[in-house]
Write a protein of this length. Structure first.
Lengths: 195, 228
């Protein structure tokens, strides 16, 4: 905490002496609380894009560093979750674009899928590969809503809060995203799973 | 068949949990086995998708994650020298060198202290007997003999004006009057002539009477014709 406070002192250039110290300590304490609260969110958002825990941890870490650097500029602290989620999302997308894993995942998509129950199907490596390939083909807006909805347990209000969008918009985008996903999965899977 | 008409509604309904809300589609599904199979297949696919999606992001970060973030933040917090801090001593040193050099040059260019009497003589060089050198229309008067250097005393060690050191008396005269001016100058300097002598030798000021002859305008000939 002392270290964080020392760093944030540099951000509060307008404050002087004791006031700056107090403000920096308060800011550091607040950031520490946010860190504990939102670390899983940042990680999961990154994981939703990258599908690799190690990569997601690195991206989430970088997201926190960037958030930390600019924390003093965030006027509405209640928006920290959404702000952090957006940072993590952008960083994850950047890494995803530069990664060659995407091509490898897309190669999985062409393989035939055996008949399974819903749970078996969902847990199968093949299905998940195809699912991710289908997600990658989604338009960015739809993909963002779909992944954030999964992160937030399909809570429309939470997603709309994260994205700063009306509930109706999020609901509509989520529906479109899922529909597009089903179309792609149908096309990829061929046969539907048995019950 | 109504199957094509219901295909869009079927896809939408498959994504929604629970019973089919659209009465028309629900009725169609009861009578069309093909659409019912399609509906159930899509719904299960949607369920599998949701399960897989949720599972894919329901992973928690490793215990080392938070520690890693804090370590990175601590690195960020470590005091770092700002980019200009290294330049401050360099700039200050360079500035000091420049100032010292400027002071040295200024001292070198400044005139050496001239004793009081010599300074007086320097200022009075125009009153000493001189040889004359000419250049163009300008006549330059220079001291005929080198000035005698006087010993300086602490009291008269005053810095002379810098411009006076190189100043030479110059009189600009018309070319035809150069010799006359030189003679007059030498006469004044040797004492043969002076302001008082000139005034005494001068006669009483006489002003000649000004005579103005009236302008004569000849009369025009009356018989002359005007040009057309």
């Amino acid at each position: 905490m002392q270290v964080l406070a020392a760093s944030l002192t540099g951000s509060q250039v307008s404050l002087e002496g004791g006031r700056a110290e107090v403000a920096a300590v308060e800011l550091a304490r607040e950031f520490e609380a946010r860190l504990a609260e939102c670390s899983t969110l940042a990680f999961r958002v990154a994981l939703g894009v990258l599908r690799n825990a190690a990569d997601a941890e690195e991206v989430a870490q970088e997201a926190f560093i960037r958030a930390y650097r600019n924390f003093h500029r965030l006027r509405d602290r209640e928006r920290f979750r959404a702000w952090l989620a957006r940072i993590a999302w952008r960083l994850a997308l950047d890494r995803w674009r530069s990664s060659s894993r995407r091509e490898r995942r897309e190669q999985i998509a062409g393989e035939p899928m055996p008949e399974q129950t819903v749970e078996e199907l969902a847990a199968s490596h093949e299905f998940q590969g195809r699912l991710q390939a289908a997600i990658d083909e989604l338009p960015p807006k739809l993909r963002q809503v779909l992944i954030l909805a999964a992160v937030e347990g399909y809570n429309i209000r939470e997603v709309s809060h994260l994205l700063g969008l009306p509930d109706g918009t999020v609901k509509s985008r989520l529906h479109l995203a899922r529909k597009a996903m089903i179309e792609r999965l149908k096309w990829i899977a061929g046969d539907s799973p048995r019950s | 068949m109504d199957c094509r008409r219901f295909s869009e509604k079927l896809a939408d309904a498959a994504l929604e949990p629970g019973d089919v809300r659209d009465a028309g589609l629900a009725a169609h599904l009861t009578i069309c086995a093909s659409c019912r199979r399609e509906f159930e297949a899509q719904r299960r696919l949607a369920q599998a998708m949701d399960i897989a999606l949720t599972a894919s992001v329901s992973v928690s970060p490793s215990p080392a994650f938070a520690a890693g973030v804090r370590a990175r933040l601590a690195e960020e917090s470590a005091p770092r020298a700002s980019w200009f801090s290294g330049w401050v001593p360099v700039t200050a040193g360079a500035l000091a060198v420049v100032v010292l050099m400027a002071a040295w040059f200024a001292r070198r260019e400044a005139p050496e202290p001239v004793p009081g009497p010599q300074r007086e003589m320097t200022n009075r060089t125009v009153q000493q007997p001189m040889g004359a050198t000419t250049g163009g229309n300008a006549t330059t008067l220079e001291p005929a003999q080198p000035m005698r250097k006087l010993k300086s005393s602490p009291t008269n060690r005053m810095p002379a004006p810098r411009a006076a050191r190189h100043r030479e008396p110059e009189v600009i005269v018309p070319p035809g009057q150069r010799e006359a001016v030189l003679h007059f100058y030498v006469a004044v300097w040797s004492g043969r002539a002076g302001i008082s002598t000139l005034v005494e030798n001068a006669g009483p000021l006489e002003i000649a009477e000004l005579k103005i002859t009236p302008l004569q305008v000849p009369e025009l000939a009356s018989g002359s014709q005007q040009p057309e």
